[in-house]
Design a binder for this molecule. Structure first.
Ligand SMILES: *Cc1c(COP(=O)(O)O)cnc(C)c1O
Length: 409
């Protein structure tokens, strides 16, 4: 048995091919791929009919609950390609006071490297290892770089990570601490991405930007698989997802589709709410204008670094999922997301990251607008551990030589 319990045998994958998310053009499995010819993300396709015969919900239920429980629905072929740090199933935590009676937080901050980027990167690094990649570069707002550094270092793959120079300090340091060469760039994440693309074109490294390689979506997809299993093979009324590149939202939407094809869930879907900060809301602007693609957002700013993404290559996939689900894209003010973050901690003891706080603020807005009912069962994604961000200092000093009346403390 390995540390995670689910990795003790080699597997046949059920992957049949990859497919351009825009044109449907087919690409061969077991090859190194970036974007499609059309410059769009590739999606991994499986033989779900055969998979459904080989695997049942009962078999799944008997396995340890970690991410590798879902191995038949994942692309990795060789067990030894997997470099696990213990990708556990994350719990659903109610926040009845700051939220509502059926508001559940899926707390992704408990994953390795303290964010859900671990789900995507454990998969993408395993595939890179399987396909012989020796050197990877990535633009990041912090958490993705940290997860890449941890897994790639463990896999013996070199990494170069570029982040905006105002990325949270703890992220910059943890990336380097885990063996990556990290550079602070005087630009935003898409500008870091342009430098990574330039180096990739020169053959210096493999480009690991969000959605520019096909396997991070497959890792993030496990959030949707896990959610369905945790709720007894049904889905919540709504999902609030802090949306940067949108990998998780796209991945969950794909997971629901695969689960329905397997006959494990029905055709009902949660309303998908893509949550952004009002200082960087390209998806919200496109949603409201009825556009299929989103223009770059200029002068992007928000403390919620993980969703400070001015331009997303999977914009049309995010917008499509949101619209098909009957959900919306919602922008929340900085003040509202900070207040929600503070109240969740003060009232429910649940320390969210600012991006997680944004989902709580968006839920409040959705209730106020009548987009969801206050007592609907909803899931908010807290995508990183709140301890990775600067916290306000609410302490007071005490002089041991001149104590006040202790009853006043
Ligand atoms: C990356 C990140 C997001 C955005 O995730 P996407 O799937 O890229 O949209 C949200 N919150 C945190 C904390 C992140 O690190």
């Amino acid at each position: 048995m390995t540390a995670t319990g689910n990795l003790d045998e080699d597997r046949e994958t059920f992957v049949t091919h990859l497919e351009c998310s825009l044109t449907g053009e087919r690409y061969e499995a077991d090859r190194l791929h970036g974007l499609s010819q059309a410059g769009r993300p590739l999606l991994v396709r499986y033989d779900l009919a055969a998979l459904g015969k080989a695997l049942s919900r009962d078999t799944l239920a008997a396995r340890p609950t970690d991410l590798w429980r879902w191995r038949e629905l994942l692309p990795v072929r060789k067990t030894h390609s997997i470099v696990s740090l213990g990708e556990i199933e994350t719990p659903l935590i109610p926040i009845p006071r700051s939220g509502g009676p059926k508001v559940l937080v899926k707390d992704e901050g408990r994953l390795p490297t303290g964010s859900f980027k671990a789900r995507g990167l454990v998969m993408a690094v395993a595939m890179a290892k399987e396909l012989g990649v020796k050197r990877i570069a990535m633009p990041t707002n912090g958490n993705a770089g940290a997860a890449l550094a941890a897994y790639a270092t463990r896999a013996g793959i070199e990494t170069v990570v570029l982040c905006p120079d105002d990325t949270p300090e703890i992220n910059v340091r943890e990336i380097a601490a885990q063996g990556a060469r990290v550079y602070r760039v005087n630009g935003l994440i898409d500008e870091c991405g342009a430098i990574v693309a330039k180096g990739a074109a020169e053959g210096l490294w493999f480009d690991f930007s969000t959605l520019k390689e096909p396997y991070r979506i497959e890792g993030k997809k496990t959030m949707g698989l896990e959610l369905a299993a945790q709720l007894g093979w049904r889905l919540p009324k709504a999902i609030f997802y802090p949306t940067g590149g949108g990998t998780g939202l796209i991945g969950m939407w794909k997971a629901f589709d695969e689960l329905e094809q397997l006959g494990w869930i029905g055709s009902e879907r949660p309303k998908m709410f893509a949550v952004q900060a009002s200082g960087c809301a390209p998806i919200v602007r496109a949603f409201e204008a009825g556009e299929e693609h989103a223009e770059r957002w200029e002068n992007a700013h928000t403390v919620a670094a993980g969703i400070r993404v001015p331009k997303a290559v999977g914009d049309f996939l995010i917008l499509r999922a949101v619209r098909e689900s009957g959900g919306r894209a919602i922008a929340v003010e900085e003040e509202a997301l900070l207040r929600a973050t503070a109240e969740s901690a003060l009232q429910d003891g649940m320390l969210l990251c600012p991006e997680g706080g944004a989902t709580l603020a968006a839920w409040r807005e959705a209730v106020a607008q009548g987009w969801v009912e206050a007592d609907d069962e909803v899931v908010l994604f807290n995508c990183a551990n709140g301890l990775k961000y600067p916290l306000p200092d609410r302490s007071t000093t005490l002089d041991k030589n001149n104590l006040p009346d202790l009853a006043s403390l």
